[in-house]
Ligand binder design. Sequence first.
Ligand SMILES: Nc1ncnc2c1ncn2[C@@H]1O[C@H](COP(=O)(O)OP(=O)(O)OP(=O)(O)O)[C@@H](O)[C@H]1O
Length: 235
Amino acid sequence: MLTLDRLTLGYGGQPVLTDVSLSLPDGAALALLGRNGAGKSTLMKAIIGLIPVQAGRILWRGEEITRWPPFRRARAGIGYVPEERRIFADLTVAENLATGLRPPDPASPLPPWDIPRVLGLFPALGRLLGQRGGAISGGEAQMLAIARSLLGQPRLLLLDEPAEGLAPLIVQDMVEAIKLMNAAGLTLLLSEQMLPVARACASTALLLGGGAVQATGATETLLADQGLTERWLGV
Ligand SMILES: Nc1ncnc2c1ncn2[C@@H]1O[C@H](COP(=O)(O)OP(=O)(O)OP(=O)(O)O)[C@@H](O)[C@H]1O
């Protein structure tokens, strides 16, 4: 459903990544791996349209979207949860959720998301509906950001470091929620520094390093390759 065809991208004409190709089928879960600064966030921003690509093409469900603005990509079913979450601090949790709500896409085979369904996935949010967005914890804000994106009825969700900065128990809840989202048919692309989280959430992985794709394949196989992980992940 998502194809990246020899993408070169970066900032101000300087490439961060060169020649990135990827094919992500419906229902897949893929982890983007790489050290700090390897370009994981940059690649996600290019997929959602926040930075222009310098060369190559992005195809979504067979259509070229390389030059589409972000809102059009979102409407076409690509959701994005940035690392910084962007919760509205002055709105309540319920109001934050409402900002993400879009009618279901009749063309999508996925069951639509509504408020009860996202609260079923993240029960902790149900107890916080009247709280201001600025008054909740980092883990709760991450759940809220994902729940709000789901209400936009994505078919592909880009999750930038979903477990970063969360307490270990909350990381477990987050992993379970991500697995449930994928089991419900949502295609996932997640950037992840915590390898156990990547392993648990994504059966396939793509390793970025040195400004290029260094490996791609089954997450287990890739992480079992010590030469690769030492060189490009430092573990
Ligand atoms: N707005 C920007 N302008 C210029 N360079 C940037 C900008 N944002 C990121 N970079 C550079 O692009 C490179 C890739 O950064 P990116 O944030 O994509 O890495 P990452 O793999 O997501 O790492 P992290 O986990 O630290 O976010 C880095 O060298 C970074 O300094």
